[in-house]
Design a protein around this ligand. Structure first.
Ligand code: NAP
Length: 337
């Protein structure tokens, strides 16, 4: 084990889309666990769009960043030394180590990971917070019925692919919206969607109408903006809209002009806000269900792994530009040593 701990730090709030200058880097001694703490080495770092909001110290999140602080974030890690009564060295955990190789934890909010269920990296993606968001938002808020047309944006990411495949396995006809032909082909071929519309080609509202001839019963919105505007033009009667994420707006200094919501009224649609933390009690059910689907081959996922902590800022900048393909992760260390 190295005696040095490499860290990526917060330098400043980005102007618009994040750039490498918004991050710093340093090296400090590996911390020592005190009584009631454990030391873990980070293996995978999760990169999530909401970090962009944390970087502007948005009030919705508890995390606060000052220049020089280690960037916050969830990791999959292996415990290397424990002075905590409930954790042993060698165990794999999901823990908020942030963008660094080593960190100590008191165990708050830590989840044990069973490597026998699925690859440990999935604890940050389809079997972690993004998976719970997609699963709970679909089961509890979207409530697709067999035969419903279920549309999901950012359709190949961890939230979108969990929402879309959950809806498909609940009997819905799933149509994805994604940003490239490659992503759309994957959505149809691997995720089992009936169709997938590339919003970067042609008129999205027209193409959605063709892909959803009887209208959209459920829209799981991961992006907001023009995509939401196009979907709203194609709602079926009694449609449900799950407002999950608005990535398009995260890098804007001022909120974008609102979409025209008149058709929502006309369609008697219901929009529901989703906050994953309201559904934490569903985590075991989600892990059982989605873990079972992974094991039986009914559920596919993709990961976009960058190697080395130093790649984290670039990988995050890529994520915020939609360049990731699958759950964005940074491999900080080997799974086994
Ligand atoms: P992700 O899909 O891996 O990555 C983001 C994707 O958004 C990109 O790959 C890109 O895919 C798409 N995108 C569309 N418009 C974009 C734009 N203007 N700029 C950048 N990307 C754009 O991310 P994820 O982790 O699964 O999260 C999906 C959404 O869920 C995010 O909005 C996130 O904030 C939200 N979320 C909400 C909760 C909650 O509690 N409500 C919890 C977790 C996540 P395409 O190329 O296919 O468009």
């Amino acid at each position: 084990m190295s005696s040095k701990n490499q860290r990526i730090t917060f330098a400043r709030s980005p102007q618009g889309l994040p750039t490498l200058e918004d991050f710093g880097a340093d090296e400090v001694a590996v911390p020592k666990p005190a009584d009631g703490q454990f030391l873990s080495r980070s293996i995978y770092l999760s990169l999530d769009p909401y970090y962009r909001n944390v970087m502007k110290n948005s009030q919705i999140y508890q995390d606060r960043l000052a220049p020089g602080d280690v960037m916050v974030g969830e990791t999959v890690a292996q415990i290397v030394e424990s002075r905590h009564p409930e954790y042993q060295a060698g165990e794999y955990v999901a823990v908020r180590n942030g963008w660094q190789q080593y960190a100590v934890s008191k165990g708050d909010g830590v989840r044990r990971i069973d490597p026998a269920v699925a690859p440990i990296s999935t604890a940050l993606g389809v079997l972690g917070m993004p998976g719970l968001t997609g699963f709970a938002g679909t089961v509890s808020l979207g409530e697709p019925k067999p035969g419903d047309t279920f549309v999901v944006s950012a359709a190949t990411g961890p939230v979108g692919s969990t929402a879309g495949q959950t809806a498909r396995l609940m009997g819905a006809r799933v149509v994805g919206i994604a940003g490239s032909k490659e992503k759309c082909d994957y959505a149809v071929r691997e995720l089992g969607y009936a169709a997938c519309v590339n919003y970067k080609e042609g008129d999205l509202a027209t193409n959605l109408k063709a892909a959803c001839p009887s209208g959209i019963d459920v829209y799981f919105d991961n992006v907001g903006g023009d995509t939401l505007v196009a979907v709203i033009k194609n709602l079926a009667l009694g449609a449900r809209i799950v407002l999950c994420g608005m990535i398009e707006a995260y890098s804007m200094d001022k909120p974008p002009a609102g979409p025209w919501l008149g058709p929502v009224v006309g369609a008697r649609a219901i929009m529901k806000g989703l906050v994953v933390y309201d559904h934490l009690a569903m985590q075991p059910r989600m892990q059982r269900t989605v873990g079972g689907w992974i094991q039986s081959g009914q559920f596919k996922y993709r990961e976009d792994i960058s190697d080395g902590l130093a790649k984290a800022p670039q990988a995050f900048c890529d994520l915020m530009r939609g360049k990731n393909f699958g759950k964005a992760l940074v491999r900080i260390g080997p799974e086994k040593v």
